[in-house]
Design a binder for this molecule. Structure first.
Ligand code: NAD
Ligand code: DAU
Length: 357
């Protein structure tokens, strides 16, 4: 079996669902159920004995030791993290705790467990560290996309905490031979994404007739990957990735934020027309994010060349599936828009004044 951390979050729950559907192997899912972790994402697995959910913190060493001893996983897929850049600007402490200390505790616990395995099990074991393209910092408009050897230059507390965790994972491989493989992926979108991130925020705000906030001039560029493709890439790297290596994962879909928001508006106009007019009337340019990276682009040729992985979705197909999912999951949206979500929206957007048009 494998042990997944953060498996009740956006990517984690998609990964667990995908794993159960596409393999025969059980999964232990360790998640603290922070604001972005939601067991409802996993409701379809209720009663499925191949999914063992454990509510707990990756900083809790005795718990990790106990889970490793009890379940003896052959691999760890480490996704648990604080993940939202804007929240990291308001409160970086939680990011250092979960992303840096949490990864350290996990690496140490796994190292102790792995050292005690028989030679063949030790050889087959993998620690897959899931990371982000944000560790590389910002690219100039015409610069080539990030390769795996691009230097680290993180801008936000979130990116810095993920960069630190990447360095820890790499050091645990070089120093202790722990069989670590790292992935750095671009912006994901798809079902179950918490509506604090750009795409789901745009969808849920438009459906409620609320303003669609675009930071700064909206010309920041992101590379977008459908979450199902990220899950298939993680499975591929787990199966065939070389120990000690890093694999970039991306969708070859660069888009300026304003174009991404307009694309969502157009789809909603088609799928759920609003009698008051096109959704793009709701777009508002607002105060920029401090330290906002201008452009990310991922060169995903290595994972294609070495492991044969390619994304199955284009942005057009993936974004249509995503908008349709949010349209048909109004209950899920309502449930996650709890009091703490409303507090966050007030904190992040109340002080953002109108910006450049
Ligand atoms: P998310 O915020 O939706 O989910 C994170 C999950 O981790 C939640 O379920 C949360 O409860 C859990 N968690 C947080 N701290 C924990 C702790 N201390 N112990 C146990 N569980 C904890 O985030 P996501 O978007 O699904 O991201 C998952 C991972 O993928 C993160 O490591 C993130 O850095 C990485 N990543 C995300 C993207 C993206 O676009 N969303 C892109 C590349 C990489
Ligand atoms: O690149 C991978 C990263 O993508 C992941 O590591 C992070 O976990 C994930 O949150 C995401 O980070 P971003 O900061 O790029 O995602 P977010 O959805 O917050 O913002 C996307 C872009 O949209 C970014 O340039 C900021 C902008 N934005 C965001 C929000 C929430 C807006 O213009 N308005 C908004 O209200």
């Amino acid at each position: 079996m494998i042990l997944v951390t953060g498996g009740a979050g956006f990517i984690g729950s998609n990964f667990v669902l995908d794993w159960i559907a596409s393999t025969d192997e059980p999964v232990v899912n360790l998640d603290v159920l922070s604001y972005s972790g939601n067991l409802r994402n996993l409701a379809s697995l209720q009663g499925n004995t191949r999914h063992v959910f454990v509510r707990g913190d990756i900083c809790d060493r005795p718990l990790i030791d106990q889970l490793l001893a009890e379940h003896r996983p052959r691999a760890i897929v480490h996704l648990a993290a604080e993940s939202h850049v804007d929240r990291s600007i308001h409160g970086p402490g939680a990011f250092l705790r979960s992303n840096v200390e949490g990864t350290f505790v996990l690496l140490e616990a796994v190292r102790a467990h792995w050292s005690g395995l028989a030679a063949a099990e030790r050889e087959a074991f993998r620690f897959l560290h899931v990371s982000t393209d944000e560790v590389f910092g910002s690219l100039e408009p015409e610069a080539p996309a990030f390769t795996e050897t691009h230097c680290y230059d993180p801008s936000s507390p979130y990116a810095a905490s993920k960069a630190a965790s990447d360095h820890l994972a790499r050091a645990w491989h070089r120093t202790y031979d722990l069989p670590v493989v790292t992935t750095n992926c671009s912006n994901n979108y798809g079902p179950y994404q918490f509506p604090e991130k750009l795409i789901p925020l745009t969808i849920v705000n438009a459906l409620a007739g609320k303003a669609l906030p675009v930071y700064g001039d909206g010309l920041q560029v992101r590379d977008w990957l459908y979450v199902g493709d990220h899950c298939s890439a993680i499975r591929t790297v787990l199966e065939r990735g070389r120990v000690g290596e890093v694999y970039n994962i991306g969708g070859w879909n660069e888009s300026a934020n304003i174009d991404t928001v307009r694309c969502v508006c157009n789809l909603l106009d088609e799928l759920r027309p609003d009698p008051l007019g096109s959704n793009d009337r709701l777009i508002r340019f607002v105060t920029d994010r401090p330290g906002h990276d201008r452009r990310y682009a991922i060169d995903a040729r290595k994972i294609g060349r070495e492991l044969g992985w390619r994304p199955a979705e284009t942005f057009e197909t993936g974004i249509r599936k995503t908008v349709e999912w949010y349209l048909t999951h109004a209950d899920w949206v309502r449930e996650v828009q709890s009091g703490s979500y409303r507090d966050w929206v007030a904190q992040n957007y109340a002080t953002r004044t109108a910006g450049p048009a």
